[in-house]
Design a protein around this ligand. Sequence first.
Ligand code: 0WD
Ligand code: CA
Length: 393
Amino acid sequence: MIKTFPLSSRSKTTALKQPKEIFSIARDIGGEWEIEDDKVKQEYLSYYYLPDAAINSNIDLGGGYSNFRKIPELENTPNFKSLLDGITNYERKIGEKLNCDIITFRGIMTKLLTLPYNLKDDITLNIVAYDGSLFITTDESIEIQKRELEQQQQQQQQDDYRQRCEYSGYKFETVATLPKPWNEVSRNAIDNRLKKTVNNYEQYVSVVKTGIGNVNILLAGEVDCIWDYIPENNKNISSHYVELKTSKIIEHPGQVKTFEKKLFRTWAQCFLLGVRKIIYGFRDDNLILKSVEIFKTDEIPLLIKDNPLNQQNPNQNSQKIVCMNALKWYGAVVEWINEVIPKDDETTGWKLHYDSGSSSLSLMELSHEENKKLRNGGILNDEFRNWRQSLNK
Ligand code: 0WD
Ligand code: CA
């Protein structure tokens, strides 16, 4: 049985629940996960620190590239084991089950939210229902294929410029943050951040309860750093978080469109998690940091809408981005997923596929094998099932 959902669908209301963090988890430099919220915040949450003097000092975002400690692509997939451990830990503390219609990673929902303006990218997601929730992940075999292809393409290039560009994003994170608030860090450590080895193992992940329409969603997403301080009792902590990004400096009108698309994607990412500030580091072709600009997430929809270049040059090949339109699509598709997949059927698995060739979104049953894999380690595991069974008794 295959069900399709028209891409023209839009929800009438986009009643949104303000994302509220419930706990955080973190991956350390060795690739191990920590799930104790207090410890995660003490040890793994970074603080924004990039004074003007540093911005004006021509920081080389390609510096130290040969020492990059990069996690193998294949290990950097959605880690449900640690998310479920975090959920179990949280539920144990509050003594009850977290009721959510959908449990997933933010990056996955970003793909759905940005779909109306990314019609050329295929999406394949796998979904299983368990204990009243739908768990959604990326299709690992397709993801692996895609990354291997990307790697081959990169190797074919004469130089490793693209990889250096990717590195410059992580380097920017390293030079723009401190591991503790500024006043708790020694002068030496502050200066050394410019020489620190860059890695993308360390990751702080905020887990929030959010939703759209009548669908409750639990999302886990990476947060780069905090702007000022951790509020008392973590009250409204999401509004203190910062997303860091890098981009090439904009020199020609043609580059505006590219940046706008990037900004739209960043808006979607931050909006979903309740992150209110975005800091862009602009670099030149030699990866030298040239300027820094702060954006407020809430202001981006208007910024894109009012962009004069955007209106003067209606490029026939590209649609004009309207964030609210994407949001209405997101509301509609999330409601459809929530309604069409039976949450009490724990024997079936589902594949949600957007095919760019035919521009269609469809839902079909997974093979028995694929379903079994997802329910035994791919997404769910015995530990989580045992916990939920003990809770439901
Ligand atoms: O499709 C995948 N492979 C996904 C992987 C989907 C969802 C999650 N994940 C994993 C990744 O390890 C990710 O880092 O979970 C982690 C956190 O999930 P998320 O916040 O939902 O991920 P997303 O919003 O897609 O990306 C957030 C950050 C990225 O920051 P930028 O500023 O570049 O958007 O996570 C990192 C990256 O720092 N990241 C990756 N790093 C290397 N390779 C990748 C990747 N494929 N994907 C995300
Ligand atoms: Ca980032």
